[in-house]
Ligand binder design. Sequence first.
Ligand code: SAM
Ligand code: MD0
Ligand code: SF4
Length: 404
Amino acid sequence: MLNTGCWIDTVFCLVFFQLNYVENNGQITFTNKMVKDKNKLNSTLAKAKEGGVLSKSDITFLLNLEDSEQIERLFQAACHLRRKHFGDEIFLYGFIYTSTHCRNDCRFCFFRRSNPESPRYRKTTPEIVATARRLADSGVHLIDLTMGEDPALFNNSGVGFDRLIDLVESIRKATGLPIMVSPGLIPENILGRLSEAGACWYACYQETHQRRLFNQLRPGQDYDLRLEIKLKAHNRGMLIEEGLLCGVGETANDIAGSMAVMQELDADQVRVMNFVPQPGTPMVNRTPLDPQKELLISAVMRLVFPDRLIPASLDVDGLAGLKQRLEAGANVVTSIVPPGRGLAGVARHSLDIEEGKRTIASVQEILPACGLRPASAEKYLSWITRRMEALGKSFNSILPSIVA
Ligand code: SAM
Ligand code: MD0
Ligand code: SF4
């Protein structure tokens, strides 16, 4: 006589079997939903691989994948498209967090104004230029100058940004490398002066394009101004990076909506970062999302933006998280920070830095396992040049010194 446990198992198997499999002339076949999903996945991946444009429902379907085999197929399609547009070459970005002072109170950020636990520093121009030179010597393709919206710059003096503009000029002369600036929401005229000084990238992440969520994450900040300044940067011939946070209450529909906005922006680089809870902040107790989520979103981004740059940041899970991000289709390693300079990361302000694990040498140990290798500086410059020409701007007009 079967015991209760067996009965339950038997009933469960029968129900599962009934729901998913049908016996057809002696053949076991899948039911509607699984067949539909499988067919939908096949056709959506095929469309992306052939360079087709994915619809919002295609994107939401992919973002909702749960089956590990299907997710693996998505990653493979993402790597296929990266290879098609970038071969096996990876770009490398040096990161210098120049000042951890900030006038804003973003609820997710360790360096928010009212967090008593975050260490504050403001590096001097000589310190930053020396660090940039060290990064350049180590082989990075770009210098990312990031900072909080430091009141020393963000004030009504009218000269607050002069120091940043001089800094960009000094780094351009000292390294000859392209420069990205991520100083927050800056006035348009300052953007113009930074571009003339040699900054060819502007990074200013919206985090989400769902207004209510934006207002929660970035209280007191203007959603439209933050979006418009990226358009203005593009109109001035700068390349732009747009970025999302995941694990902060967004839905798959919100993410799909963000990808549509990124397409409207014609963003040159797009990213997603898993939210990392920070001590001393209102979101400290928010449970971090399954790391797989960032990978899934990043892989879908590769299908939607096959020829654009997608970062694998060392600033979320450190070096240990690099391989899986590259296997999800990313093609830029960012947040490379030299040890011994007292520099912070953003989401992981100390992880792997003083151990020297956020260096080119450490990254180069990981790349071969993914069948990848660092690109040459020339390759990165030619990608930038092509993108800028696509914007109707010539690289020469922005960065005469580098080309000369
Ligand atoms: N202060 C400038 C700004 O807000 O635009 C630039 C620097 S900001 C620190 C860079 C980005 O880091 C943020 O836009 C956000 O996407 C990311 N970030 C900050 N805190 C994070 C956290 N706790 N987890 C994951 N990403 C985070
Ligand atoms: C990164 N920690 O690349 C850096 C930072 C800002 N432009 C970049 C978030 O992950
Ligand atoms: Fe300041 Fe940027 Fe952090 Fe917001 S995300 S608190 S603007 S440093």
